[in-house]
Design a protein around this ligand. Structure first.
Ligand SMILES: C[S@@+](CC[C@H](N)C(=O)[O-])C[C@H]1O[C@@H](n2cnc3c(N)ncnc32)[C@H](O)[C@@H]1O
Length: 229
């Protein structure tokens, strides 16, 4: 089944063999949904509610979700933040993940095949960029952050969440997780802040997701795109 919008949204970072294509059909029933992915979405949606609370009413806001997977975050934003975001865009390198996202028929959402390191969008296009549990898989993390910064309107926000190695326990658990996902690296909270600064963003806050004591650190970093880059 062809993907809506795929012809106009194809980026360059798409490889022929993709582990996420394998996971796509099983993704929403994985155990990590319960203790990691769903709580992350709740945290991000709460932050989006705060960020949009002060916005001028009637202004149409756009959200880009980088590494959107099966579109779960955008589906929940569409349902829970109706009226705040009128333009929802998801981008991902896995065509199977995007297929699952398309099947949700989320109002006002479009999905594009493309890589975080080479986003297929014009400069200063989005009011908010989110990126949940996808960043660890980017080969060129600085370039991906620079791309997210490029497509954000100056003064707008980037919300980035991922597992983060801050101690020996985190390193041990993430080594096991990597067996199921392939190559990945999980920057510490400090390193994430340094990289964001290098990409032209100012870190506004970092929050730790607290679900179960045995989960590794999952950190949400909220960064503001500096003006005039
Ligand atoms: C663990 S899943 C996260 C999906 C979704 N964001 C969530 O929170 O459930 C990681 C996603 O990142 C995508 N991904 C991996 N490398 C990518 C890249 N370079 N650019 C864009 N997406 C990428 C994968 O295809 C996959 O859908």
């Amino acid at each position: 089944m062809p993907l809506r919008g795929m012809g106009v949204c194809r980026g360059n970072e798409v490889s022929a063999i993709n582990i996420w294509d394998f996971w796509a059909k099983r993704y929403e029933s994985l155990w990590v949904q319960k203790y990691s992915l769903a709580p992350t979405r709740r945290l991000v949606i709460d932050e989006l509610k705060e960020l949009t609370a002060g916005s001028v009413s009637g202004r149409k806001l756009s959200l880009l979700d980088v590494g959107c997977g099966t579109g779960q975050l955008l589906a929940e934003v569409s349902a829970g933040l109706r009226g705040s975001f009128d333009f929802l865009t998801g981008v991902d390198t896995s065509s199977q993940m995007l297929m699952a996202a398309e099947q949700k028929a989320i109002p006002a959402a479009r999905f594009c095949l493309g890589g975080a390191e080479d986003l297929p969008f014009a400069d200063s296009q989005f009011d908010v960029v989110s990126c949940c549990h996808s960043f660890p898989y980017y080969r060129d993390k600085l370039r991906a952050l620079a791309e997210m910064r490029r497509v954000l309107k100056p003064g707008s926000y980037l919300l980035i969440v991922s597992a983060s190695e801050n101690n020996l326990y985190d390193k041990f658990i993430m080594r096991l997780v990597k067996l199921t996902t392939g190559k990945a690296s999980y920057p510490s909270a400090t390193r994430m802040a340094e990289m964001l600064q290098a990409a032209g963003c100012r870190v506004a806050a970092q929050k730790k997701l607290k679900v179960k004591f045995y989960m590794p650190s999952i950190i949400l970093t909220i960064a503001k795109a500096e003006m005039g880059l």
